[in-house]
Design a protein. Sequence first.
Length: 90
Amino acid sequence: MKSNPYINFDVVCPVQLFNLTQPDPKVDQLLPRVLGKRPTQIVDSVKRHLITLDDLELIRTDLTMNRPQTKINKLTAASVGLAISEIKGE
């Protein structure tokens, strides 16, 4: 294939942008602490120091970006997101 001085194939076909991401194993350990809980229960867990705010943000990011969008994942991500906003006072 001839090189074309006018077309930069790195820009036209950015293959590196489409890397498959895998679920975080740390989130697998943290999920039982929030799975099936209401946002108020998650906030109580943070107040009792059973889970941190950084862990909640990691869970929400992993559920929305790296895992299949099943109903339970969407529901858990929404509950965690609401708990985060309640903790931050937004």
